[in-house]
Design a protein around this ligand. Structure first.
Ligand code: NDP
Ligand code: MG
Length: 383
């Protein structure tokens, strides 16, 4: 049995990971969970799975849970340390990192050092510190498995292939909630409109990232680190049906794609079962007769500025992707709070990138400093 530590258990990926675990009680057990402040969902998960270790964001919630579950075989913790404790928990062999944002970085690094297999949904980890994460994984012989559907697709296409024979990666993009609108038509769009993703049901932040295409930008950087392919050979392809989850092209011109209906449970489960597969009951099957047509087009970098910023930051490397990510996290939070216009998100990111003096080969401290500085700048621009 695989014993899992699930960071971010109450989120969109967290809940779907629990569905996969629930469907295969013989294969998977839940050793530890962490969550933020959704106490109602958290309590339900604790009652159902009785994990050995539970950590929450705030101390006050920790105190409450400790009282409510006194006498049960559960240890409680809170804060950043709690996420780290869960990531290295002795009863877990696999860590699913479904935290949102750059708070996922240190727990990922600690899980790698503790030689846990890491199923990584938290893309911000690889974007901000890809070199530290991949170096640590190499040093400790730790396996990193992608959960993001595009990267899982590519990973599945690469099974049994020589990595050196890959000539190009093609990441597909739905285009998000505003794919059919011009820039002019984006003026004054509401939070509600932006949250209405045509194909995928996801957490709020990543849904906004899909609408700005920053999500695809972050995924380009994520792919660079996971698969070691230069940016000049990573393409983005608009594909509005989200049926082809991504593709790999090989040096003989052959292209492999992974297809399926848009359901995150499939890549989540693959990360947990790799190199094998297990049945998955509650997912709809792909029916290409009914589908009939699939559409493809080239993304316009003037229309989707965030995609352009991401490629540029990725190529510059160093602390630049951390600044890109932090400025984006802050600007999206402001948009979700109704304090920033949609089109201003990309302006804020551009300003943060322009203001930053790049540091090459940054250590963790330099990355965290760049992250904090970018957030502070975006916050100051609001006033
Ligand atoms: P959500 O916002 O839905 O979930 C985030 C999770 O993190 C929640 O459980 C939240 O808890 C928890 N959390 C937040 N802050 C803390 C904290 N300080 N300590 C402990 N837990 C905390 O995000 P998603 O599930 O959508 O995304 C998670 C990651 O997966 C992101 O990096 C995203 O880019 C990536 N991803 C998501 C996909 C999707 O389909 N959703 C697809 C591909 C990648 P609470 O809610 O209790 O506050
Ligand atoms: Mg994705």
């Amino acid at each position: 049995m695989k014993r899992i530590s699930l960071l971010g258990a109450t989120g969109s990926i967290g809940i779907q990971t629990l569905e996969v675990i629930r469907e295969h009680p013989e294969e998977f057990g839940l050793a530890a969970i962490t969550f933020g402040s959704n106490m109602e969902a958290g309590r339900r998960i604790i009652r159902e799975f009785m994990p050995r270790f539970v950590s929450v964001k705030e101390q006050a919630d920790y105190e409450k849970l400790k009282d409510e579950f006194s006498g049960e075989p559960v240890t409680f913790s809170w804060g950043e340390d709690g996420n780290i404790e869960a990531a290295v928990h002795h009863e877990a062999d696999t860590v699913v990192n479904a935290l949102l944002g750059s708070i996922g970085l240190v727990p990922t690094l600690k899980a790698i050092e503790a030689k846990k297999t890491v199923a990584i949904a938290n893309k911000e980890t690889l974007v901000t510190a890809g070199h530290l994460v991949t170096e640590a994984a190499k040093k400790h012989g730790t396996v990193l498995l992608p959960v993001d559907s595009e990267h899982s697709a590519i990973f599945q296409c690469l099974q049994g292939e020589d990595p050196a024979s890959v000539s190009r990666l093609i990441l597909t993009a739905s285009g998000g909630s505003f794919r059919d609108r011009s820039r002019k038509e984006l003026e004054g769009v509401t939070v509600e409109e932006a949250l209405n993703h045509p194909n995928w049901s996801m957490g709020a932040k990543i849904t906004i990232d899909s609408a700005t295409m920053m999500n695809k930008g972050l995924e380009v950087i994520e792919a660079f680190w996971l698969f070691g392919i230069p940016y000049s050979r990573i393409d983005v392809l608009l594909h509005k049906e989200s049926i082809i989850h991504s593709m790999a092209e090989f040096e003989d011109g052959s292209v492999k794609a992974q297809l399926g209906t848009p359901d995150m449970k499939v890549p989540i489960q693959y990360a947990l079962t790799h190199p094998s597969r297990l049945p998955l009951k509650n997912t709809s099957r792909l029916n290409l007769w009914e589908q009939g047509k699939l559409h493809f087009s080239k993304p316009d970098f003037d229309r989707f500025k965030c995609l352009h910023f991401a490629y540029e930051s990725g190529k510059m490397g160093g602390t630049m992707p951390a600044v890109l990510n932090a400025a984006n996290e802050e600007a999206v939070a402001q948009f979700l709070a109704g304090r920033l216009e949609f089109l201003e998100i990309e302006n804020r990111i551009e300003q943060a990138l322009e203001a930053h003096s790049i540091i090459q080969n940054p250590d963790l401290e330099a990355i965290q400093h760049a992250d904090q500085e970018a957030r502070a700048l975006v916050r100051s621009l609001l006033n």
